[in-house]
Design a protein around this ligand. Structure first.
Ligand code: NOJ
Length: 784
């Protein structure tokens, strides 16, 4: 089917769809059981070919110009499904917001903002007619600081990432849009993430993440369990292999762990071209192949091959019914069968123009039409979240907040608008990124095209002009760094230097330094300017060898904050907003301190099975690794971040068990629900501490609760401590607040690999509350 060529008709249709999109309030979700009944009834009316159609995708075409589509079944009034990236905005679209990236979201430690971002994201996807958002991401988590996609997810701590997954899933789905929690599982490096073919035809298989059962459960699976518990519609299996077999054909992790143990009732979709076989994959648990009937790759394994496998009895009809039903359950559950906006035709023009070029014959299918602008007032929330995810790492000599200063300089290639501008669908799609321009999001499928962008330069210039001040600027890092920059007149009261580190899907970072001569740029600036404030935009861990330079008076780690980046930052600089972000990862003093290196094999690789990543460090990544290596001091630790005020915590920490002494094992009689055993999710203890604002300004304390399980009664490999609670509380000057952390049965358990179950160990558990993983202020021990 084609779009009508008449422009006015399209304009009218576009306007109507927009009105529908904004006004249509999604119905509250049906229960899984109700939705499953509807889906079964639907599937019972389908032919085999139609069922296979539901589980075999296609790259966007016709009325569904999306990165993945499921074809309509018109006779039953099913309009098909449109799947779009994700996770930080509607990718490959116009008239959309660029939201903060996952790592920024994690840095807020703020459940409300996590949920609200999800809701706003969901609203934009719905208004664009995308049924499915390809996100949120909890894989990679960040085993390697160099991981190219770490910024898309919520960092290396499973508890924090789990909360962020849960809030994101709930928020997005509250807008009636399906979430695809990705990439399941162990998708920790981009290097050899997919298989490759040598000139002689030998296929060199993708990296295999070899993960032991306990590490899988307590670390990499943990946030996915939160996502399932929160009702994620779908889970995307990753490109990599896990323990030797491809994620999308691994029955252990798909069927046993995800569908049986976690009782996941939705569908598993493959990452794009991550399917490598027909019956093995279908029988292992994959429910939907993407992009399936792809004009791009040309190879696919469901479609006709699946029909043949069904006819030959290699895949049972029961299994096909299950696949088709699982695909339809979330659709009915979220009420997508009624009043869902049709996909925005402008997305077709964008997809075709940018994928195939303007001259492509396909262009005539998609005349350029104005995009539905679905941004609403989301810029406000993006600005708030960007500020809340900015971490103040250093602040001496009263550098921040800015008060009466009038003479400023803005330095560094990360301050102005990108010279590559906003016209491309994807920018900075190589390992290095573009030289000139601020970074507010990373590259690859997770990037979002800017309809608007407020650069740091723009926001700061506006503020400085409004106070009648003076601004000097120099953006060329070569000039700043190479020694020609020997004087500045007059010496500004404040020099703001912007550094960036680019990261993208498909390639791991070459190192974890800030790029474009960043270290030299700091040194030259700090030599001329005794009040140098460094602002960084990074995908996560990045080295700061200049942090202790005494002329560097403040450091703000702003991550990838999305399109309001400049405004978010100005709010923090001038103290309109208190810096309340905390690090969701550890910044090491040297790259070698951080943990396991990427697997990088020298060419030529001839052994098809050569790419093996043994996760021998178990759970010891990020702060757990630093804790396990006594004497290894981070530069800035997980959970760290300063404020413009100060906080005290009372030394008393009270632990109350809910319902008396705890049985070591969950009560199976309570049954299972999405997320696994219901009893694992019941509150078993409540910890209480007091916190006071002891400074001179209102501010947000981020209280963190860590626990240590007893060494004697847990197997080797138990981390020294793990995060098991956090609360962000706003406090007025002198205000004291009692803060409670609720601990679930899962939070106090370890995964017993012998009996394959969660166990609360015997012996004393230590509960520790503080302001970072290394700033513990109150603790107590209790035998539960
Ligand atoms: C591949 C990426 O790994 C995945 O995250 C994305 O959703 C798909 N491509 C579709 O663009």
């Amino acid at each position: 089917m084609r779009f009508p060529k008449g422009g006015s008709l399209i304009l009218f249709a576009t306007a109507l769809q927009y009105i529908l999109a904004v006004d249509a309030i999604p119905r509250p979700p049906l229960s899984w059981a109700e939705a499953s009944e509807k889906a079964s009834t639907f599937v019972s009316q389908l032919t085999t070919v139609e069922k296979v159609g539901l589980v075999t995708g296609a790259y966007g075409s016709g009325l569904l110009p999306c990165v993945g589509t499921i074809a309509p079944i018109e006779r039953l009034g099913f309009d098909g499904l449109c799947l779009s990236d994700g996770p930080a905005g509607v990718a490959r679209s116009d008239g959309v917001s660029v939201f903060a990236s996952g790592i920024t979201v994690a840095a807020t430690w703020d459940r409300r903002l996590m949920y609200e971002r999800g809701l706003a994201l969901g609203q934009e996807f719905r208004a664009k007619g995308s049924h499915v958002l390809l996100g949120p991401s909890a894989g990679p988590m960040g085993r390697h600081a160099r991981g190219g996609r770490n910024w898309e997810g919520f960092g290396p701590d499973p508890y924090l990432a789990g909360v962020a997954m849960s809030e994101s899933v709930s928020g997005i789905q509250a807008a009636g849009v399906q979430t695809v929690s990705k990439h399941y599982i162990g998708n920790e490096q981009e290097t050899q993430r997919v298989n490759s073919t040598r000139d002689d035809g030998t296929i060199i298989e993708a990296i295999s993440a070899n993960i032991d059962d306990r590490t899988l459960h307590e670390l990499y699976l943990w946030p996915f369990a939160n996502a399932v518990h929160a009702g994620t519609s779908s889970v995307m299996c990753g490109y990599n292999r896990v323990n030797g077999s491809y994620s999308c054909a691994n029955s252990e992790i798909l069927r046993k762990v995800l569908k049986e143990e976690l009782a996941f009732p939705g569908y598993i979709v493959s990452d794009w071209d991550a399917t490598h076989s027909t019956e093995d994959t279908a029988n292992a648990g994959l429910d939907m192949e993407m992009p399936g009937n792809s004009t791009v790759s040309g190879t696919y394994y469901f479609g006709d091959s699946l029909i043949q496998a069904i006819n030959a009895g290699r895949v049972s009809m029961v299994r096909l019914d299950d696949m088709a039903r699982r695909v339809m359950v979330p659709y009915f559950r979220l009420g997508q069968d009624v009043g869902f906006p049709t996909p925005d035709p402008s997305s077709g023009a964008l997809l075709v123009t940018y994928t195939y070029g303007r001259g492509s014959p396909l262009s005539s299918l998609y005349p350029e039409v104005p995009a539905r602008d679905v941004r609403g007032n989301h810029a406000r929330g993006i600005r708030e979240l960007g500020a809340a995810g900015t971490v103040l790492l250093k602040n001496v000599n009263g550098a921040l907040p800015l008060t009466n200063e009038t003479s400023f300089a803005v330095f560094g290639n990360d301050a102005p608008d990108p010279t590559l501008g906003s016209v491309y669908l994807v920018y900075g799609d190589d390992a290095v990124g573009n030289e000139m321009g601020t970074l507010d999001i990373g590259g690859g499928s997770g990037t979002v095209r800017h309809t608007n962008l407020v650069s740091p330069l723009e926001a700061i210039r506006k503020k400085v002009t409004s106070i009648g001040g003076r601004l000097q600027w120099l953006f060329d890092n070569k000039e700043i760094a190479d020694g020609r920059f020997r004087s500045i007149y007059p010496v500004p009261q404040v020099c703001l230097l912007f550094l960036k580190a680019f990261a993208t899907e498909g390639i791991d970072r070459a190192d974890i330094d800030f790029q474009w001569n960043a270290t030299m740029a700091v040194e030259s600036t700090a030599e001329l300017c005794p009040n140098t404030i460094v602002v960084t935009h990074s995908p996560g861990v990045a080295l700061m060898p200049w942090a202790e330079n005494e002329n560097v008076t403040a450091i703000l780690a702003a991550h990838y904050p999305g399109e309001e980046t400049g405004n978010s930052l100005a709010d923090v600089l001038w103290g309109v907003v208190e810096p309340s972000g905390r690090l969701p990862y550890t910044i090491p003093r040297a790259a070698s301190h951080y943990g396991p290196p990427l697997v990088e094999l020298p060419e030529p690789v001839t052994d098809p099975n050569a790419w093996q990543a043994d996760f021998v460090e178990g759970q010891m990544i990020d702060y757990r690794h630093f804790d396990a290596n006594v004497g290894l001091e981070p530069l800035y630790e997980f959970g760290f971040g300063l404020s413009y005020t100060s906080f005290e915590m009372g030394q008393a920490l009270h632990v109350e068990l809910v319902g008396g002494p705890l049985e070591p094992v969950a009560d199976h009689s309570k049954g299972t629900a999405p997320g696994g055993l219901i009893d694992l999710w019941s509150t078993v203890a409540v910890v209480t501490v007091n916190v006071t604002n002891s400074g001179h300004r209102k501010g947000s304390a981020v209280l963190q609760l860590y626990i240590s399980l007893p060494e004697d009664t847990t197997p080797a490999g138990t981390p020294v401590k793990v995060l098991r609670g956090f609360e962000k509380v706003v406090l007025k000057v002198d205000e004291t607040r009692k803060v409670k952390f609720k601990l679930l049965r899962r939070d106090l358990s370890y995964w017993d690999v012998v009996n394959k179950q969660w166990i609360i160990p015997k012996g004393p558990i230590r509960f520790m509350a503080g302001f970072s993983s290394r700033d513990i202020r109150a603790s107590s021990e209790l035998t539960v």
